[in-house]
Write a protein that binds this ligand. Sequence first.
Ligand SMILES: NC(=O)c1ccc[n+]([C@@H]2O[C@H](COP(=O)([O-])OP(=O)(O)OC[C@H]3O[C@@H](n4cnc5c(N)ncnc54)[C@H](O)[C@@H]3O)[C@@H](O)[C@H]2O)c1
Length: 376
Amino acid sequence: MTGPGVTGVVGLGTMGLGIAQVFLQAGLAVLATDAAAAARDSARERLAAALEERVAAGRMAAGARDAALARLSIVDGPADMGRAGLVVEAIAEDLTAKTALVAALEDALSPDAVIATNTSSLRVAGIASAALRPGRVLGLHFFNPAPAMRLVELVSHPRSDPAALARARTLAEAAGKTVVAAPDTPGFIVNRVARPFYGEALALLAEGRSASDIDAAMLAAGYRIGPLSLIDLIGADIHLAATRGVYEGLGRHPRHAVFPVLEQAVAEGRLGRKTGRGFLWPQAPGPAPEDAAGIALRIEATLANEAATLLGPAGPGEEGIDTAMRLGMNFPRGPLEGARALGLDRVRETLRRLARAAPAALAARYAVTPELEALE
Ligand SMILES: NC(=O)c1ccc[n+]([C@@H]2O[C@H](COP(=O)([O-])OP(=O)(O)OC[C@H]3O[C@@H](n4cnc5c(N)ncnc54)[C@H](O)[C@@H]3O)[C@@H](O)[C@H]2O)c1
């Protein structure tokens, strides 16, 4: 059988395994592969263990788990995926490897099958450009852990085939995901709009505020985790690479500035959980400071300013951005609905005040974007 009922997953690491689980749980047949024999050989066992956790938690019946595993076929490589109507690639973040894989998949797949990349930082158009049928290559950006995170960003490019986009959306929605259309620009929606959540926390840290005060202020504002504790969890090195990617990719705007306090943490090996020491790790934030609301206002104002840059006729719209940030970052509210609740004038005034107080090199960081200026 060829069609949307059969899916393929290439790359069975953190993301690919989770994506395979998502499809299996949704009742789809999955053809899965990885270049590493060890990853192929262990995939069934790793998926069985992940599903067993759901059974043990009472969220899945044992029979459903068995049926899901029966729908899984581990295959030798992309050449064996001819039956799939959609294949997601979650291999190494390397353009050459991904374009080679797209070529191998095109050899195997039917002409209308969709090839989805889970890339975080490469341009989807770049991956698609080498394809015979670039229109069917699109981005389906899952979040980690894929089975738990509801958001999927659907990334299109100028040559996207609307039928391929519709097929990918339908499939991801059938698998229980909330799909938000995202532009093919660095960081898509979530990893771009979230930059100031971390960046403004680092700016405050550089100004001498304590990591505990900053994170406690955000907890008091309803966020589940503070920005610096989140960097500690992600790893400061991974975070620095993502920050640099957006900074370079978007023309080195001071809004995406890479703060020396972050570079210094990485240089000194203070990476967070994985090295035992980070901005706060192993500690939790203390009590909220007296000016917690001011700290949260500052971070939320910069979030809204960044979010607004994605507004525009062909963009995801306020609702798309807010949904993506609530689901992709577990934020208690989207940045634009947050700004509306605070008052748009107050948010713009906060940014102007920050611009006046900032050192010259950073003043443009706080310039109110034309899109935020235009919101009413
Ligand atoms: N880890 C995350 O939080 C996250 C979130 C969203 C997107 N992504 C993206 O998902 C992709 C995979 O990330 P990951 O964290 O799962 O990586 P990972 O290192 O855990 O897994 C990658 C797997 O791909 C396999 N692989 C590498 N090259 C291959 C090839 N040419 N053909 C077949 N298999 C190959 C590796 O053997 C490995 O098992 C990357 O593009 C990454 O940017 C990662």
